[in-house]
Design a protein around this ligand. Structure first.
Ligand SMILES: *[C@@H]1O[C@H](CO)[C@@H](O)[C@H](O)[C@H]1NC(C)=O
Ligand SMILES: *[C@@H]1O[C@H](CO)[C@@H](O)[C@H](O)[C@H]1NC(C)=O
Length: 436
């Protein structure tokens, strides 16, 4: 008897529970159900907006009408029109993505656990491929107007193999297809999957695992020009690191530029001044910090003298990131560095004052670096102004400048602001910041 009841119970629960064999979004029980996306999502989608409040606009959306920015390490950008972005799709079991690909761009391997994908190429030449559960790889090169179907849940990618940009629209038989991106899933999970697991799974050392993990993180470096004249900031990577922003660019007075850097970037940033830049000339074109007369230094370092910001980032928050200002190559502009970092990572000096992360460190030539040999001439050096500003600004930095070049600041840095001619000192008149 007891066993009959438990069998009945088992059958009943099987019939009542959402069946694992069901392969698409469930059929709607009404004409439409425009989603209230701020409400908590329930078993199958969002609650419905009252029909009296629904207008034609609820059935239309322009979210995938605009080109995504592909200026990222993958050269791709996916914009989704799912039930969240386009609430009119709620309960209707369909959605669409827009995939923009720069030349060579890749939408990296991923899968959609809840929908089959039907791709149509609108522009360009792309390779689309998927791998079955039996590890068989199917791929195809497609051109404008051609279709490719990716069965539900299988790992796939889209790659632009043409010379121009490519555009694909992907239709799904699900309102929220979901995306499992292979690399971030394994190497960017929070909290992280232990290195030992990944190291064993891929049969590589933990160093390789750390290296891959660090790629998922980026740091943003904002370069700000508060000098009353234009400058040409430059960035040169240390060996094995990426060239950022082509190695150099132009920045008008009062302007700033955001640079995305890999989370473990190592290198230096400085600014060139006094350009008579001429694209056709290979003569040194900048008065200070020149790199072979080019606008884009492309990894070349600058000619001294130039104030150098040295940066050593670690994506792993347990390993400190460092940045400092080096005057060993002389100086040309004052620079300040500020960063945003978690309070618990802030570094304090012996008086308990926070000197890292939240403090502004001003770099000027200390006496022993200023006016020496080829860098010095009475006209180019203003000792009293510099020393005073320097002492006012950052006394602790001063002593470091004289001492061993130990790291000035350490913390888990994900956002760094580098200001040339910090504001506090740039309205003092007298052309204090005339480039030297
Ligand atoms: C949902 O909430 C966000 C932020 O609270 C708000 O900006 C948005 O207008 C809301 N959307 C709807 C459809 O109520
Ligand atoms: C995709 O493009 C949008 C719109 O230009 C942009 O806001 C977003 O940051 C881009 N995403 C990536 C990953 O580059």
């Amino acid at each position: 008897m007891a066993s009959t009841i438990s069998i009945l119970f088992f059958l009943a629960s099987f019939l009542l529970a959402p069946s694992p064999l069901q392969s698409a979004d469930p059929d709607p029980l009404q004409d439409f159900c425009v989603g209230l996306i701020n409400a908590t999502e329930s078993v199958n989608g969002f609650p419905c907006k009252p029909a009296s409040a629904v207008t034609a606009n609820d059935f239309s959306s322009d979210v995938i009408a605009y080109e995504g920015n592909t200026n990222n390490p993958f050269g791709s950008n996916v914009t989704g029109a799912n039930a969240m972005a386009f609430p009119g799709l709620n309960t209707l079991g369909v959605s669409m993505n827009r995939i923009d690909l720069a030349p060579g761009g890749l939408n990296p391997p991923h899968s959609h656990p809840r929908a089959t994908e039907l791709d149509i190429v609108i522009e360009g030449t792309v390779m689309i491929g998927f791998v079955t559960t039996g590890n068989v790889f199917y791929s195809k090169v497609l051109r404008k107007g051609e279709l490719f179907v990716v069965p539900r849940g299988l790992v796939h990618f889209e790659r632009n193999i043409g010379k121009g940009k490519a555009l694909i629209f992907a239709a799904f038989n699900g309102q929220m297809p979901g995306t499992v991106s292979i690399a971030p899933t394994l190497f960017g999970a929070k909290p992280p999957i232990p290195d030992a697991v990944l190291s064993k799974a891929f049969q590589v050392g933990t160093g390789v695992v750390d290296e891959i993990k660090s790629k998922g993180h980026t740091a943003s470096i904002t370069v700000i020009n508060k000098c009353p004249f234009q400058i040409w900031p430059s960035a040169a990577p240390n060996n094995g690191h990426a060239v950022l922003a082509d190695g150099g660019f132009h920045l008008e007075s009062g302007h700033s530029r955001l640079i995305e850097a890999p989370g473990n970037w190592n290198g230096r940033i400085w600014a060139r001044t006094g350009s008579n830049f001429d694209a056709n000339s290979w003569q040194p074109a900048y008065q200070t910090g020149d790199c072979g007369g080019r606008l884009a230094c492309n990894g070349l370092i600058g000619t001294p003298p130039a104030t150098l910001v040295e940066i050593s980032l670690h994506a792993d928050k347990n390993t400190p990131s460092y940045y400092d200002v080096s005057l060993v190559d002389g100086y040309n502009l004052p620079v300040s560095i500020t960063t945003v970092c978690p309070a618990e990572l802030a570094v304090a000096n012996e008086d308990g004052e926070v000197v890292a992360c939240k403090s502004t460190c001003l770099a000027f030539g200390a006496d022993r670096f200023r006016c020496r040999n080829e860098y010095g001439s009475a006209g180019k050096c203003k000792p009293s102004v510099y020393s005073k500003l320097f002492k006012d600004a950052c006394p602790w930095y001063f002593s470091y400048a004289f001492d061993a070049p130990s790291p000035l600041v350490s913390c888990g840095v994900t956002e760094l602001f580098i200001t040339f001619c910090p504001a506090k000192w740039s309205d003092g008149g007298d052309n204090q910041y005339e480039p030297v």
